[in-house]
Design a protein around this ligand. Structure first.
Ligand code: SF4
Length: 180
């Protein structure tokens, strides 16, 4: 592992993180994403069991995708300053890629997981349109609150707000533009 990550010490911003997350905080940070995956699968299960299984698998694959393609380019790679722990897990199977290409990697790979937010809403909407079902409606409301309110709020307040590379992050730049 030392060979894989020998250039890490040359990342100056990594040392400026100034905060390391405890294990319980890392677990807490993953809760909204896990809840989104479970609720999305439950919504899709009202239509088709295979679709529900595929969505659950996609949720896991999406997390691995980010660890594989984005985290190796982040200042928090292999660091407990990563709020969700992906950076630590990524270091187990991917070498450090340097921090200069983070924005490029982020823009390129985040769209891969965006359908996770869209598919349950679209499928649930179609189900409601075809035949109103109160359970589906409440599941959709719970999904929307978790995926579109809790998850982004937690990311913004809990992790991204303290990130030393938020000036390079397309997500944070967009949020600042919306807020200004
Ligand atoms: S802060 Fe985000 S991009 Fe950086 S290592 Fe953690 S999960 Fe990966």
């Amino acid at each position: 592992m030392k060979d894989m990550n020998e250039n890490l010490e040359h990342c100056p911003q990594r040392d400026q993180a100034g905060h390391e997350y405890a294990t319980w905080q890392v677990v807490l940070d993953n809760v909204p994403y896990a809840v989104m995956g479970m609720l999305g699968a439950v919504i899709l299960s009202r239509w088709n069991g295979w679709a529900a299984g595929a969505y659950a698998a996609y949720t896991v694959a999406g997390a691995v995708w980010i660890m594989w393609f984005v985290c190796p380019f982040c200042h928090y790679y292999n660091s407990r300053a990563c709020p969700c722990g992906y950076g630590i897990v990524a270091a187990k199977f991917r070498p450090w890629g340097g921090a200069n290409r983070f924005a490029e990697k982020f823009r390129k790979h985040i769209p891969v997981i965006v359908p996770l937010w869209i598919v349950p809403v679209a499928a649930g909407g179609v189900m409601l349109w075809r035949s109103f079902d109160r359970t589906v409606l409440w599941l959709l409301v719970a999904f929307a609150v978790d995926a579109f309110v809790v998850l982004p709020l937690m990311a913004r307040l809990y992790g991204c707000g303290h990130c030393p590379q938020n000036a390079d992050c397309p997500w944070m730049i967009k949020q600042q533009q919306v807020g200004s």
